[in-house]
Design a binder for this molecule. Structure first.
Ligand SMILES: *Cc1c(COP(=O)(O)O)cnc(C)c1O
Length: 230
C-alpha cells in the first residue's frame, strides 16, 4: 500500500517535471515519515527508497539509529540551536535554517565533527504570521553571511506554502521562491550553489514541480493521514 502510494506520487512528480520542460528525474521525492512507525519506513527502504524527511530532532535521531539500512535523512522542521549537535553529522540536508545564529551554531558543531553541513534557507514567501522562515528581503544578506562559514554550505531555498483548498493558489508563491533563488544565483557568491528548491507537499507538489521544485516533501499522500493523538 505505502509502496504503491509512493510509486504513484513519483509518477506524478515525473509527469509534472516533464510538463515544465525538465528531466523526469530532476526532482527528488522526500518521503516525510514523521509520526510514522519504523515498519513503514522499512517497507519503503525495501522498495528502494533512500530519502526520508523528519521534522523533529529526537524522532530523526531515533529512526537514524534503528533503521536496518543507512538512508538519507532530511531535517525539515524548525531547528533549535541546542539540538544541532545531535544531528549535524547525521543529516544529508537541513531544510529549515532561518537565522544567522542557527547557522553559526551549525558551523561550530559541524567544525567539531569535521563535516560540512548542507542547508537550505527557509523562506516565508507568503508572509504568513504563524510561520517560521525569512522574509524575502532577508534572504540575500543572510546568504552572504553564511557563505563565509566554512562548515556550512547553502544549497538553496525552502518554503512551506500556505494551506489552501486549491493548489493553484500557491503557484504564485512557488514562482516567487524560484525567482528569488535565480536572483541570488546570479550574484555568484562563493561557497553558495542555489541549485536546490525544496517546495511542495501532499496538496500542492505537482504545482511546485511545475514551478521549478527540485525537492518535494510528501508525507500524507505516501503514508496516509497522521494521528497526533496517540
Ligand atoms: C509534515 C511536513 C511535510 C509533509 O506534509 P504532507 O502534507 O503530509 O505531505 C512537508 N514539509 C514539512 C516542513 C512538514 O513539516
Amino acid at each position: 500500500m505505502i509502496c504503491d502510494n509512493y510509486d504513484s506520487v513519483l509518477e506524478r512528480v515525473k509527469a509534472a517535471a516533464k510538463r515544465s520542460g525538465r528531466d523526469a528525474d530532476s526532482v527528488t521525492l522526500v518521503a516525510v515519515s514523521k509520526t510514522k512507525p519504523l515498519s513503514d519506513i522499512e517497507e519503503l527502504i525495501k522498495h528502494g527508497v533512500k530519502e526520508f524527511g523528519e521534522n523533529k530532532v529526537q524522532e530523526l535521531d531515533d529512526k537514524y539509529e534503528t533503521v536496518s539500512t543507512p538512508v538519507n535523512w532530511h531535517l525539515i522542521g524548525h531547528l533549535q540551536t541546542n539540538k544541532v549537535k545531535y544531528i549535524v553529522d547525521k543529516v544529508k540536508l537541513i531544510h529549515s535554517v532561518d537565522s544567522l545564529k542557527l547557522a553559526q551554531v551549525i558551523e561550530k558543531e559541524a567544525g567539531k565533527k569535521n563535516c560540512i553541513c548542507h542547508v537550505l534557507l527557509e523562506v516565508n514567501v507568503a508572509g504568513e504570521e504563524s510561520k517560521f522562515g525569512l522574509a524575502c528581503e532577508e534572504v540575500l544578506p543572510l546568504v552572504r553571511e553564511i557563505s563565509k562559514l566554512p562548515h556550512v554550505k547553502v544549497d538553496g531555498l525552502m518554503t512551506i506554502a500556505p494551506f489552501v483548498e486549491n493548489p493553484e493558489d500557491n503557484r504564485v508563491h512557488f514562482r516567487k521562491l524560484n525567482e528569488l533563488s535565480l536572483d541570488i544565483k546570479s550574484k555568484n557568491i562563493d561557497n553558495v550553489d542555489m541549485n536546490v528548491l525544496s517546495m511542495g507537499m501532499t496538496n500542492d507538489y505537482e504545482v511546485a514541480v511545475e514551478e521549478g521544485a527540485t525537492i518535494v516533501r510528501v508525507g500524507t499522500a505516501i503514508f496516509g493521514e497522521r494521528n497526533y493523538s496517540i
